[in-house]
Design a protein around this ligand. Structure first.
Ligand code: DGJ
Length: 727
């Protein structure tokens, strides 16, 4: 039993290595006691802040035994005396502000809960605890959901607000959680970035100032990721306490942490309250997105491994959850908009000879789109450009033994489109104001069903017209000019969230209708790389920056939460289109292996030597596929600390420790280089191993505690793979 409830209303959630405990006090308040390393069952309520030293509330003549500002409550509410970061700001039907939730009931249910209309981890093997709180004064209920997936140390939280009064209430803030760490001092690690520079690691101290990562872009964004780690000052890959906080959501979000006047660290996470105001009608509910927590007292490596497994096994869905995904070639960096059917077929022809299995036609096949000024929203084939029907092109590609994939940007519209001429009100625009243009395009109001239906029908028509087995779902700008003609003026604060609910609904419909299609999420590269999207699409184009050296940081940063299997990674041409860097083809291949591995270049222009190298890479990638995609992933040398090593290195190990693959890339060149020993992880200590079939044998614990000598290649940006096998 992962969830224990005792008669005194002490609720304990246990995973393999962690314990989370709450209890209800004499006044019905749900207090947080503890979250951290696993413990034998015991009442831990003594550890929570019950009585504040500021007696203003606790000396209340009515005998109240707590002050909301000094206690650690599972649902921290604005307006009733808690002046810190809060999770809920509610306006009651009579205009009064605040809620004082007290215990009402609880239930434990087999299986992990799901949330209406929102992505969430799933699993029959999981368990769910629902604690229902009710406001003391009003018929408003707060159903606090706790999901437990024991094996991965994963605890999820979400909240459903239910309005049982007879008139409407408003939510000005409804976050997914607040969590108090009563003692200790912590750092926050977060992953900021930009277009073509996503998920750069930054570590800051959590102080009495509020540390916040957030987005108001209508997408989780390139700039911040809805995932942070809160950890001990000394925590590293192997040691120390670390809490992962990841939102299963793709829209506006906030994750904040601060130390309060008692030195308690409070963390809150959920939908960004900026421009959020949600009306909940009588007998209706509001569901928050889910937050996914993992605690590790063995540093970040363990924490990441648990997220990786949980995401692979209990978040991603569909045919391609476990099956090998085809090696693809995408024409974007090869042709941009300048292609026709013959050009694509000749690329496919050369690619198929090398073992590439899927050809992806990117942006530019529809309407009359030859640049990025037109035709978004017109999802019908440009037969002039494709020199005939899509079916015909797909047949030509299929006859080469290759599958066919296609690009869409379903959420956007160009002014120069038939869709815009027929339905100018479908895009977000504020009456009497020219909407902001970005990449010459606008965002469709996906909160409206008729808009989604229009796009759905168009997409289905295309997808049914030919043998299509892959779809790249792109989103290339952010939301501005927020105004929906579908909602009255007092409910415009719902649009950002309703937009996300609409996108999720459309995604669910399309992915269920075409269960055999492999979906890849994209947003100008990695602008929406989050757990929400991974519920619908099992891989994400990690970045438009395809340079192998830049990718070291991007993929390293991404790996803290997201598994290798979810990271779209392609070999592209040199000099790189983004930064003009020249790197060895082998290095580009090795970096792309630790992602989905594909190609994105004009293969017809490659020399025969280069083609042979690609052929070798495809064979090698397939050979290591299971080890890379399903092994335990370890970060060994960080590209963010060049002072420690000029190498970036990482490793994937079979669960039983019998086999590992290590990749190194030297991102700095020096004339004299001191030789370096690299320590690996996850091997069996007392077993002997060989490296790349070496004569020499190494003891597992020697490789883990001393390491092995790295080879040096006299080229710029050399990369090596070290295959470690039992001797
Ligand atoms: C942005 C994506 O990240 C690229 O890979 C490509 O699909 C372009 N959009 C097409 O417009």
């Amino acid at each position: 039993m992962a969830i224990l409830v005792n008669d005194n209303k002490i609720f304990t959630l246990n995973t393999k290595n962690t314990t989370y405990q709450m209890y209800v006090n004499e006044d019905g308040i749900l207090f947080h006691s503890y979250y951290g390393a696993k413990m034998e069952y015991s009442d831990l309520s003594y550890a929570s802040h019950k009585n504040g030293w500021m007696a203003s509330f606790s000396a209340n003549p009515k005998g109240k035994r707590y002050s909301h500002n000094h206690t650690s409550e599972e649902l921290s509410c604005f307006g009733v005396g808690d002046f810190r970061l809060s999770a809920l700001a509610l306006v009651n039907h009579d205009g009064t502000i605040g809620a004082e939730p007290v215990y009402h009931s609880h239930k434990v249910v087999k299986g992990k809960y799901q949330i209406k209309g929102l992505p969430a981890f799933y699993g029959d093997e999981g368990e769910t605890l629902v604690i229902t709180l009710k406001d003391k004064a009003y018929d408003v209920y707060f159903h606090m959901y706790y999901g437990v997936l024991e094996e991965y140390d994963l605890i999820t939280r979400a909240m459903v607000v239910e309005n049982k009064t007879d008139s409407e209430i408003k939510l000005n803030k409804a976050l997914s959680m607040s969590l108090d760490l009563v003692s200790g001092s912590y750092d926050m690690i977060h992953f900021h970035g930009a277009h073509m520079r996503e998920r750069q690691l930054e570590r800051t101290r959590i102080t009495h100032l509020t540390s916040t990562v957030s987005s108001v872009r209508g997408a989780s964004s390139h700039m911040q990721n809805p995932f942070v780690i809160v950890c001990d000052k000394g925590a590293n890959e192997e040691y120390g306490s670390a809490y992962g906080i990841g939102l299963v959501y793709s829209g506006n979000f906030v994750i904040s942490a601060e130390k309060d006047q008692h030195e308690t660290t409070r963390i809150v996470a959920g939908i960004n309250p900026e421009c959020f105001e949600y009306t909940v009608f009588p007998n209706d509910t509001f569901e928050t997105p889910e937050v996914a927590l993992v605690y590790s007292n063995e540093g970040f490596g363990k924490l990441s491994n648990n997220y990786h497994k949980a995401i692979r096994n209990n978040l991603c869905r569909g045919k391609y959850k476990y099956t090998r995904r085809p090696v693809l070639i995408n024409n974007w960096e090869a042709t941009y908009f300048d292609f026709n059917a013959d050009k694509l077929v000749s690329m496919a022809n050369d690619a198929s000879a090398l073992g590439v299995e899927l050809f992806v036609m990117d942006d530019g096949w529809f309407g009359h789109r030859d640049d990025d000024h037109t035709s978004l929203g017109d999802w019908f084939v440009n037969e002039k450009k494709l020199q005939g029907s899509l079916e015909n092109l797909v047949k030509r590609i299929n006859s080469l033994g290759m599958q066919f994939g296609i690009w869409f940007e379903p959420e956007c519209i160009s002014e120069d489109s038939e869709l815009f001429r027929a339905h100018p009100d479908y895009r977000f625009a504020i009456p009497n104001r020219d909407p902001q243009e970005s990449r010459q395009q606008y965002v469709l109001d996906m909160s409206r069903k008729e808009v989604r239906d229009n796009i759905y029908d168009q997409m289905v028509k295309v997808l049914e017209s030919a043998n299509i087995t892959y779809l790249k779902w792109d989103f290339n700008r952010h939301i501005t000019d927020l105004y929906s003609v579908a909602l009255p003026k007092e409910r415009q604060g719902e649009i950002y969230h309703r937009y996300m609910l609409g996108v999720y609904e459309l995604l669910e419909r399309i992915t269920q209708k075409f269960p055999d299609i492999l979906f890849e999420s994209c947003s100008g590269g990695g602008g929406r790389f989050d757990m929400g999207m991974l519920y619908y699409m099992p891989q994400v184009w990690t970045s438009d920056d395809s340079d192998a050296i830049d990718r070291l940081k991007i993929q390293y940063g991404t790996s803290f939460a997201y598994p290798v299997r979810t990271m779209g990674a392609h070999v592209s041409v040199c000099p790189n289109h983004g930064n003009a860097r020249v790197t060895p083809l082998k290095t580009r291949g090795n970096v792309a292996y630790f992602g989905t591995y594909g190609l994105e270049l004009d293969i017809t222009k490659m020399t025969s030597e280069e083609k042979q190298e690609i052929k070798r890479q495809i064979a090698e990638f397939k050979e290591y596929y299971d080890l890379i995609q399903f092994g335990d992933y370890y970060r060994l040398l960080s590209p963010f600390t060049p002072e420690e090593s000029r190498y970036c290195a990482w490793e994937t190990v079979k669960a039983d420790g019998s086999e590992a693959l290590v990749c190194t890339v030297a991102y700095e060149s020096k004339c004299t280089v001191p030789p370096e020993l690299l320590k690996v992880k996850g091997l069996i200590p007392n077993k002997m191993y060989r490296i790349n079939d070496s004569e020499e044998k190494y003891l597992g614990s020697a490789l883990m505690n001393i390491g092995f000598w790295l080879d040096y290649d006299h080229v710029s940006y050399p990369s090596r793979l070290y295959h470690i096998t039992l001797a």
